[in-house]
Ligand binder design. Structure first.
Ligand code: NAI
Length: 344
């Protein structure tokens, strides 16, 4: 994506949408080195709330903000020239529209692959050893083991879909458990994973042979519903599916049937197709309106976390630092983690 003219004012005026206390804390701390005119807005960004960014040359959305053409047009009218994403994923941005309007888009390509990889491993362990159920049981004074039987990860096969920064980190962690690693990625095989003993195979073979399948590819048109009804049917019966990538990688409506029939043995989701407007918020006082999610949450062999895989102290600090550095680099005309439109 091309770089737009840099505004002349001395201090960038930057507004963060969907800002929570943890964003305020980490960005305020990181900003001591930059001294930008930084503002925090709790509202979700969309075409209606874009007016709040009038006069801000830099807008910083989060993953569930709506950065579609209508929003970008309204932001552009208000003087926004840079979208500084505080995420690695950029599937929520209409890149052709940004390009047409001359708005530059930058992102944080890598902050802590360990945070996401370790969370994926955490989901696997929690599902396999039924830790939420075990904790609830012992709190109630029930020390029985019925229903808590797990399996050794050692010697089993993990399928890693997408061997970029996070997928490679995850594969290393799982190889540490003694798992065989199968990998699928349309890009070049990773020499590091090959040295680890990983085998690159087509997706169908990975699905058929893996005891655990974990998704680490981006959400782009080609990967939407990568795991659909057919793909679920190709998995080993009773296998585990982990998604810490993006919700749209999995056809959510197909999951319920696969779980009911036992075809899918365990499911760990950190991201959900319809998470927008739901995740990152406390909705505990209102009835859940999403029937698929409500059903998924009732299965004992399903764990859903609220897009928290990135959420470690180290990752948050790195996100804030890189985002603010991107803004400086953009203004200085230096390399600044531009989002590449053709990959969108
Ligand atoms: P990356 O860009 O380093 O790696 C992505 C890999 O996926 C690349 O090697 C690419 O070739 C591969 N890929 C593309 N299409 C594929 C396909 N059809 N099948 C298999 N592989 C394919 O990205 P990184 O940093 O490893 O992040 C991966 C994804 O994780 C991000 O796009 C983002 O959506 C998600 N993520 C989730 C977080 C969370 O908190 N849950 C936090 C950070 C990232």
């Amino acid at each position: 994506m091309s770089r737009t003219p840099i505004p002349s004012q001395a201090r960038p005026r930057m507004i963060l949408f969907s800002a929570r206390q943890y964003d305020i804390d980490t960005f305020t701390d990181a900003n001591t080195a930059f001294q930008y005119d930084l503002h925090f807005q709790e509202s979700h960004l969309d075409a209606d709330t874009a007016v709040l960014a009038d006069g801000y040359d830099v807008v910083c959305p989060f993953v569930n903000d709506t950065v579609d053409a209508a929003t970008l047009e309204r932001l552009h009218k208000g003087g926004t020239r840079l979208i500084a994403l505080r995420s690695a994923g950029f599937n929520h941005v209409d890149l052709p529209a940004a390009q047409r309007l001359g708005i530059t888009v930058v992102r944080v390509p890598a902050y802590s692959p360990h945070a996401v990889a370790e969370h994926a491993a955490g989901l696997i362990l929690a599902l396999n050893r039924k830790l939420p159920r075990a904790v609830a049981r012992t709190r109630e004074g029930d020390f029985s083991l019925n229903g808590l039987l797990g399996f050794d990860l050692y010697g089993k096969t993990v399928g890693v879909v997408g061997t970029g920064i996070i997928g490679r980190c995850f594969a290393r962690v799982m190889a540490g458990f003694g798992m065989q690693v199968l990998a699928h990625d349309p890009g070049e095989p990773s020499a590091e994973l090959l040295a680890l003993g990983a085998r690159y195979v087509p997706l169908d073979a990975l699905l058929a042979q893996s005891d655990v399948v974990s998704l680490h590819c981006p959400l782009v048109p080609a990967t939407r519903h990568l795991i659909d009804r057919n793909a679920l049917a190709k998995m080993k019966r009773g296998a585990m599916l982990i998604n810490t990538g993006r919700g749209g990688l999995v056809e959510s409506s197909a999951l319920v049937e696969a779980l009911k029939s036992g075809q899918l043995g365990h499911l760990g989701l950190d991201v959900y197709e319809e998470e927008g407007g739901l995740f990152f918020e406390d909705h505990s006082d209102t009835p859940l309106q999403d029937d698929v999610l409500a059903r998924l949450l009732m299965f004992p062999n399903v764990i859903v976390t609220s897009h928290q895989a990135f959420f470690t102290r180290e990752a948050m600090n790195e996100i804030a630092q890189t985002t603010l550095r991107n803004v400086k680099a953009w203004r200085d005309g230096a390399p600044c983690n531009l989002v590449d439109a053709p990959h969108a």
